[in-house]
Design a protein around this ligand. Sequence first.
Ligand code: HEC
Length: 409
Amino acid sequence: MLLLALFACDPKDETPAPAEDSPTYYADVRPILDTTCARCHADGGIAFSMDDPATVVSMATAMKTAVQSGRMPPPAPDPSCRDYASSDRFVLSDADKATIAAWADADAPLGDAADAPGPRDESLVSLAPYDLELWAAQPYTPSFATADGNDYRCFLLDVGNTDRTWIRGMQALIDNSRIVHHVVLFQPDGVDDLPADAHDGFACSGLGQGNWSTLGAWGPGANPTVLPDGMGIRLEPAAQVILQMHYFDSFDGADAEVDQSGYGLLLTDSVTHEAVNYAAGPTNISVAAGDAEGVARSTINWPTNAQVLAVWPHMHLLGSGFEETVIHADGTETCLLKMNAWDFHNQVTANFLEPATLVPGDRVKIRCDFDNSAENPFQYSDPPEDVRFGEGTQDEMCFGFTLVATPVE
Ligand code: HEC
């Protein structure tokens, strides 16, 4: 008894009991973090881990400020343009922002561990278990000596399928998120022009090659691509794919890091619709130093009847807005994807709840906005420098990787 009483008097143990109605970490805040923040803020993720309660408590005020300013979670596609799977997990509700603020204001009480939510739903980062995991044949240490700290490395991978098969879902499997800046999975139309030891890895262009088509792509913060039932991306028997890794030197010691990443696939052996990924967007990007309102656009004439299943918008660090729109022959428009702000660390694939319909005569328009001013918090040149289209992290891109399905004959 005496011992207990002594303990109770120890000033270090005097955690103030939370006010009756103030939110607690376990009951109210943890569920929000699991749903909205953990895809980046977890052990092995791209930002500081929120897995440890003490860290979260120490960051309470910073979290309140970050969510109230709209900086966190980073900007995501606007669901009111075209709604997509789990959009409510990419955009934080006003009610959740208020809960985080009220909890921080109440000195971030932990509450009762018995109120902790169940296991986290990992579907925003993973489709595991996969039907097939394809990994680079060996670990690689990037070389950043040239090309401004960018290193592109490609690995030829054997799918190992004896029959035609179809990809119905996919996600990059990132080994070392500290150095991987993006990943593209290509399908080459022939491999005769590749080096003999292409399985072991070879230096390649960040833009791929003319005879490679894009199967899937990943950037920091990216979620899996999931196709609707009955739709798939075709892989012919004994298919070979190319895993393209883009490594970037963003911290001291990055050149000592090792990576061996891969891609996880969900497969099916029959579909009603074949899906193909188009990299739509302009390659004539040029934004003058200091220009806060740079724009790049392109429009293509759409030739067939098709459905748009998903869009993955891709720009580099200076992007500030993205818009992909269908312009119909009668002048009306259909919004596919719209963002009024951009953070490189949040490259969300919008897997649409309802596919959009394309018919011959439609045009698909892409517009990217760039902020190359000194005021852009993501500006990396001091003073700003002219920026053009290119494969390096310090160049810019403006692509809508647009997944389009047509009926299988
Ligand atoms: C798509 C990935 C992603 C998601 C989702 C995300 N963050 Fe972040 N967050 C980051 C990255 C990357 C950084 C580091 C940015 C930097 O320091 O430049 C960061 C930094 C922070 C910081 C510290 C620096 C700052 O800006 O104050 C806080 C606090 C934070 N995040 C809170 C949150 C909260 C709360 C959520 C969920 C409501 C969240 N984040 C969701 C990627 C993410």
